[in-house]
Design a protein around this ligand. Structure first.
Ligand SMILES: [Zn+2]
Length: 241
């Protein structure tokens, strides 16, 4: 019946208004909440409430609330006083505070190819020194992007460890006939693995180039860009708690 429909429409409108009023009241209540009250709550309750109200509060309060929850998490799981995403960071000779910062910086930037050109644009800061430290323990890798000499596009990217193998081949090749049996074997193995020459070809402008010795590689330096990438999968055990 039409009467029923009209009644339901009216009821829906009324509930909509009520919902809006309650939402506003909730927003006010959360923004006026004394955050010290969280002292009496355990980590799980604080995290649950925080997740539900984060979108209602301003950035500064949101940050304070996140800090409170994070502090409670550390109290409950003291393992978080050490690096947990990449536990090997603990072996580095830096302060505990630096270890935690580096651990988080590596995790937060895991998706990016980082270079001197884009570090300042990263939301979570990390430096070349940091990346070198991460490289030293196998968490990050350094790569070289070979650019087209004509248009500057990236043609091929080679990891630092692979580039070392090419360089080794160039060196052994340069030694000519003076190779010992052992070096000859090393050379053959690297050659068979494909580390004989670096081929650079650009799809855009038909640029084709081959690097077959150290001198040519050195000359190409200005067209090579150093990139870093976090390559190790993080341990997310504590992230899920
Ligand atoms: Zn090109």
């Amino acid at each position: 019946m039409i009467q029923d429909v009209l009644k339901l429409i009216e009821e829906k409108e009324s509930l909509k208004n009520k919902l809006e009023t309650v939402s506003n009241e909730l927003k006010d209540a959360v923004n006026n909440l004394d955050l010290n009250e969280f002292d009496n709550y355990d980590y799980e309750s604080a995290r649950h409430l925080s997740a539900q109200v984060q979108y209602l509060i301003d950035d500064e309060r949101g940050k304070r609330l996140s800090d409170i929850v994070a502090a409670k998490k550390v109290l409950k799981y003291p393992q978080l006083l050490k690096p947990t995403y990449y536990p090997e960071i603990d072996t580095l000779n830096i302060s505990d505070e630096e270890k935690l910062r580096l651990d988080k910086a590596a995790y937060m930037n895991i998706r990016y190819y980082m270079s001197v050109d884009n570090l300042d644009r990263l939301e979570y800061k990390i430096s070349i020194e940091d990346l070198e430290l991460l490289k030293s323990i196998g968490v990050a890798e350094k790569r070289y992007s070979f650019r087209c000499k004509e248009c500057g596009d990236s043609c091929i990217t080679i990891s630092e460890s692979d580039l070392e193998k090419y360089k080794r081949v160039f060196k052994l090749e340069g030694m000519g006939n003076s190779l010992t049996d052992e070096l000859e074997k090393e050379f053959d193995e690297l050659y068979e693995q494909g580390f004989c020459c670096i081929s650079i070809c650009c799809m855009e402008c038909d640029f084709d180039y081959e690097i077959t010795n150290q001198k040519v590689l050195d000359d190409y330096r200005s067209h090579m860009k150093e990139l870093y990438k976090v390559v190790k999968n993080p341990d997310l055990t504590f992230e899920k708690l």
